[in-house]
Write a protein that binds this ligand. Structure first.
Ligand code: F6P
Length: 342
């Protein structure tokens, strides 16, 4: 039987490109396959409480370049056990609502947590397709998630600006970028922004190495340094990554350091052209695979080819930077430190 009615939701932290993905799914489903499309509000919360809108084709016009998500999002995890009791069985409610609304498939756009929930819903018998998004680029099974390119562009612009003020004051500028437990944003923005030291969770650093590098640069008549740190690097309790590294530099070297935490700016605003294209490709491809009856899968990109991977293979894994990653090697060959030299 041909799928006639599908639902879409966006869950987890937002990122640039979500609307492009909603538009990609919706327009392809409606225009190419004549499906009806429901958009659930605030991630899985909308599915639990049956809060949705019917997405008409004209409602999907004009949203491609828009940041955030027109559907809203939340960190609702329906399978998480509520320790305070509570008598609503969220997975059962979702199942009930799914059948009650006559859905043939549900598209879950999200990161690792969302893919995990999607895999569990599929196990419960619902037809589900996942689309990977996150600025962190840490979803396993795909080379890249949308949102990542935009975050890298924003972080790179910020690093560019730090160069001039660092130069004027002859300082070490420590900039902290997001990424959760992955160092993708730090690595890419560090390379694009000409970072002198890049610290990522996947490569263990030591403070001595960081300070030595900065002092060597100073002796080499390079009067300032840019240190790009991922939020997930190990630091003592109560410290932020940037705060700790800046304090160490100030304490253990003769160079003055300042910290910058980029924060949510990395997740806001309009997606880059690359993210618009990737999100559109993922969205449109998701509608295509639904139309041919596939489900229980996440759409993915491998070597620039669209493909799918079973949701069961994605859950509970992380896509992290390999310490031998080609970009890491290129950076090292050019004298960039990863804080592990001494
Ligand atoms: O979207 C991913 C991410 O930005 C992480 O890098 C960050 O740690 C986390 O989300 C914080 O988001 P929130 O405050 O919305 O939970």
């Amino acid at each position: 039987m041909k799928p006639k009615k599908i639902g879409i939701l966006t869950a987890g932290g937002d990122c640039p490109g979500l609307n492009a993905a909603i538009r990609g799914v919706g327009k392809t489903a409606i225009v190419e396959y004549g499906m009806e499309v429901l958009g659930f509000k605030s991630g899985f919360t909308g599915l639990i409480h049956k809060e949705y809108v019917q997405l008409k084709e004209n409602m999907l016009s004009g949203i491609l370049t828009l940041g955030g998500t027109i559907l809203g999002t939340s960190r609702e995890k329906p399978f998480k056990i509520n320790l305070n009791g509570g008598d609503i069985n969220k997975p059962e409610l979702i199942k009930e609502n799914y059948y009650d609304l006559g859905l043939d498939c549900l598209v879950c756009i999200g990161g690792n947590g969302t893919m995990k929930t999607a895999a569990k819903l599929y196990e419960l018998g619902l037809h589900v397709v996942g689309i990977p998004k996150t600025i962190d680029n840490d979803v396993w099974g795909t080379d890249v998630t949308f949102g990542f390119d935009s975050a890298v562009a924003i972080a790179t612009e910020a690093i560019d600006r730090l160069h001039t003020t660092a130069n004027s004051h002859q300082r070490a500028m420590v900039i902290e970028v997001m990424g959760h437990s992955a160092g993708w944003i730090a690595l890419y923005a560090g390379m694009a922004g000409g970072g002198d030291i890049i610290l990522i969770p996947e490569i263990e650093y030591n403070v001595r190495s960081v300070c030595k590098k900065i002092e060597e640069r100073f002796e080499d008549k390079k009067s300032y340094s840019i240190v790009v740190v991922a939020e997930g690097i190990k630091v003592p309790p109560k410290y932020t990554a940037a705060g700790y590294i800046a304090e160490c530099i100030t304490t253990y070297s003769d160079i003055e350091a300042r910290e910058t935490r980029l924060g949510y700016i990395q997740r806001g605003g309009s997606p880059t052209a690359m993210d618009r294209i990737l999100a559109t490709r993922y969205g449109s491809f998701a509608a295509e695979i639904i139309a041919r009856g596939e489900c229980g899968k996440m759409v993915a990109l491998r070597e620039n080819q669209l493909t799918t991977i079973p949701l069961s293979e994605v859950e509970n894994k992380l896509h992290l930077v390999d310490p031998d990653n080609k970009l890491v090697k290129k950076c090292r060959n050019m004298g960039v430190s990863f804080g592990d030299e001494y």
